[in-house]
Design a protein around this ligand. Structure first.
Ligand SMILES: Cc1ncc(COP(=O)(O)O)c(C=O)c1O
Length: 434
């Protein structure tokens, strides 16, 4: 059987069977910092930002990118994207704090939460971020603490699209946003409460590779926006079409033609601007597109079980990278120092977690691996570390960058001391059994 080549990105190299990124052997990072390790390329993040920014800004002057912090909450990532000119889309107060720590100016922060508590609404208001509310009645609750200068609401445009069911964020079953009728009530209440400036937002789905989806859903959003603007005689400072720009994870998937998408989206957008809507700034808030293919996860093989099937166990599991267990997501897995070896093994790659859903890849063709071999999981820069957990009492992994031509540790591996720091055992429960 002729197997397809491993799916490496064009900024990666196979040097005599060894995986190199930006001129560095990834094995060196694993040696220095241990595994499991998230390793990112500064260069690739910057290229991703510039590509999508250029595609839109060359067609529309009034345009801004706000990185979705939930995709990758490493402070180095945030500093890199801030220095490129990005704003930050934050899902909770902690992400607002992180973004501020990374130097984002208050007026470049967007707070798009959902099902907020009073304390969160108050923090959002006082933080200086533009608050984007997921439901009309949240505004009345926020007004107890003060009146924001600008308010935005999240619209459910009636349909959404996403690579997995869990990544469809709009439509009749979605927990997010408001349908047009409710949104109209929310903006009316905001206007009548004395708020004078408005934004409008949607986030209808994630990891979409269909270029036609973006202009179609933008057209729908703009219809809703112009209905609201003309009914209430308000205009919008910005309209945010969300993120969702997909990245190929599987060999058969094709890259999103971002120039074509930007051109069609701007056309849909500008068909409705001017007139009642004014000239709102077009916002996008990509997460995955900026960071996904800039990161890999490195793991060591811990044991190979040759049973009814072959299982390659490694030190990264669903606790380290949740996406395969959560969505059935595919991540290409490559043997980082044996790229040229014959792929004689057909195996399921698994972590060390006590769940049968802890399968990182099924029926993968790999060389005859041994304990200690290094695996690299591709496309782990988005929703990798930020979704990791302590399940099965595993400590959180480390993160490193290849930045400025050097390997740099940017988040230490958690230790058991860190893990235990917040635990308090009532003294009377520490006695031995009688
Ligand atoms: C409100 C909001 N904005 C932006 C994003 C980023 O999405 P993506 O990574 O698909 O671009 C998300 C992802 O869940 C989100 O919930």
């Amino acid at each position: 059987m002729v197997l397809p080549m491993y799916m490496l990105h064009d900024y990666m190299e196979d040097r005599d069977g060894e995986l190199f990124i930006d001129g560095m052997a990834v094995a060196e990072a694993a040696e220095r910092f241990g595994t499991p390790l998230y390793l990112y390329s500064e260069k690739r993040m910057r290229e991703n930002y510039r590509r999508i920014h250029r595609a839109f800004s060359s067609r529309r002057r009034n345009f801004k990118v706000n990185f979705a912090v939930k995709a990758n909450n490493n402070l180095t990532t945030l500093n890199i994207l801030r220095s490129e000119g990005s704003g930050a889309d934050c899902s909770c107060p902690a992400e607002i704090m992180l973004a501020k720590m990374a130097g984002f100016r208050d007026d470049r922060l967007l707070y798009s939460g959902n099902y907020n508590s009073d304390a969160e609404l108050r923090y959002g208001l006082e933080s200086g971020a533009i608050v984007n509310l997921d439901d009309g009645p949240l505004l009345a609750r926020m007004l107890k603490f003060g009146r924001p200068e600008v308010i935005s609401f999240r619209i459910n445009p009636g349909r959404g699209q996403g690579k997995y069911e869990g990544l469809v964020f709009a439509g009749p079953d979605a927990k997010f946003g408001m349908m047009e009728e409710e949104a109209l009530k929310a903006y009316r209440f905001a206007r009548d409460s004395g708020i004078g400036r408005f934004g409008l937002h949607m986030m209808s789905g994630s990891n979409v590779l269909d270029p036609e989806y973006f202009p179609a859903i933008t057209e729908r959003l703009m219809e809703i926006a112009s209905n609201i603007a003309s009914e209430l005689k308000i205009s919008f400072d910005f309209i945010d079409i969300g993120g969702g720009f997909g990245v190929p994870y599987q060999p058969e998937e094709r890259e999103l033609p971002i120039e074509e998408v930007a051109s069609a989206v701007v056309d849909s957008y500008e068909e409705k601007t001017g007139g009642a809507l004014g000239d709102p700034t077009l916002f996008i808030e990509p997460g995955r597109y900026l960071v996904c293919d800039a990161g890999i996860l490195l793991a060591r093989v811990t044991h190979v079980k040759r049973a009814q099937k072959t299982f390659v166990g490694c030190d990264a599991g669903m606790n380290t990278l949740l996406r395969p267990a959560l969505y059935g997501a595919y991540h290409e897995i490559v043997p980082a120092q044996r790229l040229g070896d014959d792929r004689t093994l057909g195996a399921n790659v698994t972590g060390q977690i006590c769940e049968n859903s802890d399968i990182m890849g099924r029926d993968r063709h790999l060389p005859d691996l041994d304990e200690g071999d290094l695996l690299a999981f591709m496309n782990c820069g988005a929703y990798g570390y930020s979704m990791a957990s302590n399940y099965n009492t595993r400590v959180m992994p480390a993160e490193a960058f290849i930045a400025g031509g050097r390997l740099q540790l940017t988040r230490e591996r958690e230790t058991m001391t860190d893990f235990l720091r917040r635990q308090i055992v009532p003294p009377e429960l520490m006695r031995d059994a009688q």
